[in-house]
Design a protein around this ligand. Structure first.
Ligand code: ATP
Ligand code: MG
Length: 422
C-alpha cells in the first residue's frame, strides 16, 4: 500500500467548523481598520532572502533558525517565505515611492512562516494582521495605535489583556547601553549558555530576550536601556505615556521589553493575555524609523504592530466571545426529479431577495431530507412535491414551531418576509 500523504507539520487546515470564525473576525477587523483610516496592502509571500536578513537582523531567532529559505532551482534566486509582514510592506512602499510627499496608513493580513516547535498558539504557518503608519514622527500616532488596539479588544469583548511598554531610544543610546551590557555579561561568562556566548559581541541585547530559565536572574539584574536615554527620547516616551493616560489606557512599564526583531527604536509594546499559557503575546509592535532608511535609503518614520490571529481567536474562545455558526435561511425539499427544476427556479428567486438557500439534491425520502434541513440550521423548510408543482403551491414549514402551511407560490416572498420579520 502506498503511504498516505498528510499535511506539513505545524501547518493547519482550517475546516468549515473553524473557518467561519475567521471570516467573522476578518470582517470585524477590516471594519475597525476603516475607522482609523488604514488602507489595505497585499504583498507576495516570497521575497528575496536578503530582504529579511537586512530588515530583521542577522543575529535574531527568526533569521538564525526560523526561516523557510531555499534556492529556486529554476534560476538560482535565494528566496524566503515571509516570516513577518513589515519587511515586505516596506520594500513595496520604497519600490513604488509611496512615501514621496505623502504619509501612509497601511494594513495587511495573511500567512507568515516560521520553522518553530509547534504547540498551542505556535505554528509554522500562522496568520498576522499587521498595521504600518508611515511618515509620522509621533508620539501622537504611537498613542493612536495603542488606542485603536484597546478599542479593538473592547469591540471584541476581550478582557484581561495587559499592555507592556518600553522605550528603546535611538542608535547612539543603544550603543552606549550595549557597551555596558557586554561588560556586565562578561562578568557572568560562567553561566552564559552557548547561544548567549555566541551573541555576546554580535547582539548582546538579544540575550535579554532569552527563554532560558537559568539565565533569568542574571538577565533581570543587567543594566537597563532606560538609564542611557537622552532628553529627546525621554520626552518622546513621557508624551507617549501622557497620551495613553489621557485615553484612559492602563499600561505596565517593562524596561526589559526588547522585542524579537532588531529594527525597533523609541516606542515598543506588547499586549499579553492570561488565557494563553506561555504563548501569551497576542500583539507586538513599536516604532522602526531606522528600517525605512535601511530599505529605502531615505530618512522617515514608521510605527506599527502585528496581531497573531490564531492567538487572538484562542483568547476569544477561552472567553466565550466567538459566535456560534449561523445557519442558512431556507432549505428546499423536493423529489430530485420532476420537482427539482421548479425548486431551482424558486431557490434562485429567493436568493435574489437576499435569502441564503440550500436546495436538496439527489432526492431521497422526505424524512431524510427533513433531517438534513434540520442539520443545516435553516429557519424555514420549503416542500415541493408533485401536487404542489401541479397546483402552483408550496409548503412552508417554520422550523422553530414546526408549524406548516400550504400557500400559493406567488405569495411565497411576502409570506417569508413576514416569517423572517417575526
Ligand atoms: P513569541 O515571543 O511568542 O515568539 P514574537 O515576538 O516572535 O512572539 P512577533 O514577531 O512580534 O512575535 O509577531 C507578532 C505576533 O504574531 C505575536 O505577538 C504572536 O501573537 C504572533 N506569532 C508569532 N509567532 C507565531 C507563531 N509561530 N505561531 C502563532 N502566532 C505567532
Ligand atoms: Mg518568536
Amino acid at each position: 500500500m502506498t503511504k498516505k500523504i498528510v499535511g506539513v507539520k505545524g501547518m493547519n487546515d482550517l475546516l468549515p467548523s473553524e473557518s467561519y470564525k475567521w471570516l467573522w473576525l476578518e470582517k470585524k477587523l477590516s471594519d475597525w481598520l476603516d475607522l482609523y483610516g488604514y488602507n489595505n496592502i497585499r504583498t507576495p509571500i516570497l521575497e528575496a532572502t536578503s530582504l529579511f536578513t537586512r530588515a530583521i537582523g542577522e543575529v535574531t531567532d527568526i533569521v538564525e533558525k526560523e526561516m523557510y529559505s531555499f534556492t529556486d532551482k529554476l534560476n538560482g534566486d535565494e528566496l524566503t517565505m515571509r516570516p513577518e509582514g513589515t519587511a515586505g510592506v516596506m520594500r513595496a512602499v520604497s519600490e513604488h515611492n509611496l512615501l514621496y510627499n505623502a504619509t501612509q496608513k497601511l494594513w495587511y493580513i495573511g500567512p507568515m512562516f516560521r520553522h518553530e516547535r509547534p504547540q498551542k498558539g505556535r505554528y509554522r504557518q500562522f496568520h498576522q494582521l499587521g498595521v504600518e503608519a508611515l511618515g509620522f514622527s509621533g508620539p501622537d500616532i504611537d498613542c493612536e495605535i495603542i488606542g485603536m488596539l484597546n478599542h479593538l479588544w473592547q469591540m471584541l469583548g476581550l478582557t484581561g489583556l495587559e499592555l507592556h511598554i518600553n522605550c528603546l531610544g535611538n542608535k547612539e543610546e543603544r550603543a552606549r547601553h550595549r557597551g555596558a551590557l557586554i561588560s556586565y555579561f562578561e562578568t557572568h561568562m560562567d553561566i552564559l549558555d552557548e547561544e548567549a556566548k555566541r551573541r555576546l559581541y554580535s547582539n548582546p541585547l538579544r540575550i535579554l530576550d532569552t527563554k532560558n530559565p537559568a539565565l533569568q536572574e542574571m538577565v533581570n539584574n543587567a543594566p537597563i536601556l532606560i538609564e542611557f536615554l537622552g532628553e529627546d527620547s525621554l520626552i518622546h516616551y513621557n508624551n507617549w505615556k501622557l497620551g495613553l493616560s489621557d485615553l484612559g489606557i492602563n499600561y505596565i512599564e517593562n524596561h526589559r521589553l526588547v522585542r524579537g526583531l532588531d529594527y525597533y527604536n523609541l516606542s515598543v509594546f506588547e499586549w499579553v493575555s492570561s488565557d494563553l499559557g506561555s504563548q501569551s503575546t497576542i500583539c507586538g509592535g513599536g516604532r522602526y524609523d531606522s528600517l525605512v532608511l535601511e530599505l529605502s535609503g531615505k530618512e522617515n518614520y514608521a510605527v506599527g504592530f502585528g496581531v497573531g490571529i490564531e492567538r487572538l481567536l484562542l483568547s476569544l474562545e477561552a472567553q466565550n466571545k466567538l459566535p456560534s455558526k449561523s445557519g442558512h435561511d431556507i432549505y428546499i425539499v423536493n423529489d430530485g426529479r420532476g420537482t427539482a427544476n421548479k425548486a431551482l427556479v424558486i431557490a434562485q428567486k429567493l436568493r435574489n431577495e437576499g435569502y441564503s438557500v440550500i436546495q436538496n439534491f439527489g432526492g431521497g425520502s422526505f424524512k431524510s431530507q427533513f433531517k438534513k434541513a434540520d442539520n443545516s440550521g435553516a429557519k424555514v423548510t420549503l416542500v415541493l412535491g408533485e401536487n404542489e408543482v401541479l397546483n402552483n403551491e408550496i409548503v412552508v414549514k417554520f422550523m422553530g414551531t414546526q408549524e406548516q402551511t400550504l400557500i400559493n407560490q406567488d405569495d411565497l416572498v411576502k409570506n417569508l418576509g413576514n416569517l423572517f420579520k417575526a
